[in-house]
Every structure is written in structure tokens, then in C-alpha cells.
Write a protein that binds this ligand. Sequence first.
Ligand SMILES: NC(=O)C1=CN([C@@H]2O[C@H](COP(=O)(O)OP(=O)(O)OC[C@H]3O[C@@H](n4cnc5c(N)ncnc54)[C@H](O)[C@@H]3O)[C@@H](O)[C@H]2O)C=CC1
Ligand SMILES: O=C1O[C@H](COP(=O)(O)O)[C@@H](O)[C@H](O)[C@H]1O
Length: 247
Amino acid sequence: MAQSVLLTGAAGRVGTAILADLADEHEWRLMDRDPMTEDHPGEFVVADITDEETVRDAMEGIDVVIHLAGDPRPEAPWDSVLTNNIDGTQTIFEAAVDADVEKVVFASSNHAVGAYETEERTPEMYRAHDDYLLDGTELPRPGNLYGVSKAAGESLGRYYHDEHGLSVACVRIGNLTKGHPPIDYERGQAMWLSYRDCAHLFDRCIRAEYEYEIVYGISDNDRKYYSIDRAKAVLGYEPRDNSAEHN
Ligand SMILES: NC(=O)C1=CN([C@@H]2O[C@H](COP(=O)(O)OP(=O)(O)OC[C@H]3O[C@@H](n4cnc5c(N)ncnc54)[C@H](O)[C@@H]3O)[C@@H](O)[C@H]2O)C=CC1
Ligand SMILES: O=C1O[C@H](COP(=O)(O)O)[C@@H](O)[C@H](O)[C@H]1O
């Protein structure tokens, strides 16, 4: 069934991948602090997610929030991730609960668990024969302050689920690259997420029923060190791409 979806960070790469395949699947309200230049479905709200009043207005009549807006740079400084990724995410969750939104899908990151990639494990863990696998039940282990902000977003989701009954899916997105996996980058090939698998995964997050989930958002890569079993079982994720098919 089509849902009424608020998509924050709509003008960015992940938002573009989602809208490319799902524009006609749902009723969209898009939000970004930068206006969108291309054609887009639904209405567009130009706003910063830390603007509480505008965020509250944008939640009216919304079933599902896909929350992408934030500073995506692994090297982002603390003042930026504190404002955009932590404070902004708390504003989104709080407004969602107050507006009786059913689900929030939070764009988490591989960087929330980046420090599992120790010197002893790498580069072997990036290769197909290696069986090291993270499955989403492990504790966050960020390797930078950006990763800390994503772990904080996951914790905010846990709190708003436990205290307020909100359904929350945290998608630890790998490496979204258009058309083909990253070239000469084993780590990126192991965590590649194709554009069409990205759109499909977020569609499943909109449609499926769940309580609180942390799943990995990668394609079905031979090299994977992130399990996609939970995303398949709970969300019905059926990825079609594999970085090994692009060698
Ligand atoms: N692209 C990737 O491979 C991955 C992305 N992610 C996460 O997915 C989300 C989207 O990432 P991308 O699309 O790649 O980044 P992007 O930079 O292309 O898009 C982010 C969008 O959010 C907007 N934005 C940033 N701060 C904002 C604020 N305070 N208020 C309103 N809008 C704001 C920007 O204007 C931009 O259009 C981010 O949260 C990022 O951390 C996580 C892992 C991998
Ligand atoms: O969280 C993110 O991760 C991807 C992949 O990380 P990288 O360290 O291999 O570049 C990154 O491209 C993206 O910008 C970031 O938001």
C-alpha cells in the first residue's frame, strides 16, 4: 500500500537513488536545506532539520519518515555532527512521535562499526574467502566522530522505540555508488550498495512491520563482511546486485 512519506536529505545521493525508483510508489514530502534542481514527486520543503517548528509542520499526515539529512563526511568535525547528525536527528524523532508517525527509518552508517576493521583483520576481512561477519547485534564501535554520531542516532531510535512505541529501522548503509562498485577499493566493493538495491531496501523499510531493527544496507556482494540476513528476514530485502559481477 502507498504510504505518506517524509524524506529528509532528499536532494542528496541516497535520496536521489530512492526517488529514482520509488517516485510513483508513495506520496512524498521532501525536505532538504538545499533546493532540488531536478524534477521531483510531491511537495518540497526547504528547511534545516534543526528548525523544530518547520519539522513539526512537515510531519503532519505522515506515516513514515526516512531520515537521511545530515553531514555524511567520515572526517566531519564534532560541531557539525553534533548539530546536523545528533541534534537534528533528535528533533526528527521527537516531532515524529508527537505527530503519531508510525515508522522512522534512520540512515546509519558502516562507520558506526568502523573500528571492527582492525589491522589484524584487514585486508583479509574484505575478501570473499574470509568468514568474518558483523550481523547488527554487535555493539557500535565507531572509528571517527561521524561514526559516533551515527551510533548516537541508533541510540536515539532505541529510546524513541522503547519509550514511545515508534517503529524504528536503522540502516547501516555501506558504500552507495552509482552504476558499478568502487574501483580499486576492496573495502568499498565489500560494502557496495547499488542504486536499485538501495531504493528497494528503503521501500521494504517503508512497507514492512517491525519494532526496532539494525540492518546492514549493502548489495549481495560475494566479498561481504556485513550480514544481510536480518534485512532479508525482517524486511523482505531481496538484493539483485553483487560487486563480484563487475570485475
Ligand atoms: N552515500 C553513502 O554511501 C552513505 C550515506 N550514509 C548516510 O546517508 C545519509 C545521506 O547521505 P548522502 O545522500 O550520501 O549525503 P549527501 O550529502 O549527498 O545528502 C545529504 C543531504 O542532506 C542535506 N542536509 C544536510 N544537513 C542538513 C540539515 N541540517 N538540514 C537539512 N538538510 C540537511 C544536504 O543538503 C544533502 O542534500 C547521510 O545521513 C549519510 O550519513 C551512510 C552510509 C553511506
Ligand atoms: O557513511 C558513509 O560511508 C560511505 C563509505 O565510507 P568510505 O569511508 O568507504 O568512503 C561514504 O562514502 C559516505 O560518504 C559516508 O556517508
